[in-house]
Design a protein around this ligand. Structure first.
Ligand SMILES: NC(=O)c1ccc[n+]([C@@H]2O[C@H](COP(=O)([O-])OP(=O)(O)OC[C@H]3O[C@@H](n4cnc5c(N)ncnc54)[C@H](OP(=O)(O)O)[C@@H]3O)[C@@H](O)[C@H]2O)c1
Length: 174
């Protein structure tokens, strides 16, 4: 199973403000997420990302509208409202579920805690980062410090997107 992480963040590495909002990011990043999720056919997010996106952005960032299977990682049981979402208990279970559904690749997209978990366990093969041309005062990092380990990456591609966004593609090599 090939796992690709996709995240958008400020030039100083924040994926969201402290309150979880992502207002400093352009909608172009969401479009890119949708393109990549639909291309792989399946995406994985953490429970807080699932809840925050549904609460803060029900119209503009709606996971329900993405034409892909949706997996949420949480240590808790799925809420009754989570129709259309598969809840699993660990990163390994998320990958196992994607495999069981017949996928050969899956898109991981946050948040910080889940990214750190996948990275620490060596479960990420490729990374795509969108760098938004904005610096923000404080926020949530791409990888949570608590769950992170140092990993070496190899730069494989650079793309310039609309709104001055730079997209970097990396392979995780060790
Ligand atoms: N800019 C972007 O590209 C982007 C993309 C995605 C998300 N975000 C932002 O990221 C923020 C959320 O990040 P976050 O770090 O607070 O939360 P998160 O990573 O989305 O979710 C954390 C939760 O996921 C579950 N989880 C994580 N690792 C686990 C593991 N190893 N085993 C079992 N469960 C695990 C736990 O759920 P339980 O507590 O239920 O056990 C944990 O509390 C939001 O503000 C969101 O908007 C930004």
């Amino acid at each position: 199973m090939r796992v690709t992480l996709f995240m958008a963040f400020s030039v100083n590495g924040y994926i969201a403000s402290e309150d979880g909002s992502e207002d400093f990011l352009s909608h172009a990043n969401w479009n890119e997420f949708v393109r990549l999720a639909e291309r792989s056919g399946c995406f994985i997010v953490g429970r807080r990302t699932y809840e925050i996106v549904k609460k803060l952005y029900p119209a503009s960032y709606n996971f329900d509208t993405v034409n892909a299977r949706r997996i949420v990682v949480s240590s808790k049981p799925a809420p009754k409202s989570a129709k259309g979402y598969i809840f699993v208990r660990s990163p390994e279970a998320a990958i196992g579920k994607a495999r069981e559904l017949g996928f050969k690749e899956v898109l991981l997209s946050g948040g910080s805690t889940l990214n750190g978990s996948f990275m620490k366990k060596g479960l990420i093969d490729k990374i795509i980062f969108d760098i938004e041309p904005v610096a923000v005062r404080s926020g949530i990092s791409v990888f949570s410090k608590a769950d992170m380990l140092t990993r070496r990456l190899k730069l494989i591609r650079i793309r310039k997107l609309e709104k001055g966004i730079v997209q970097l593609h990396y392979a995780v090599i060790s």
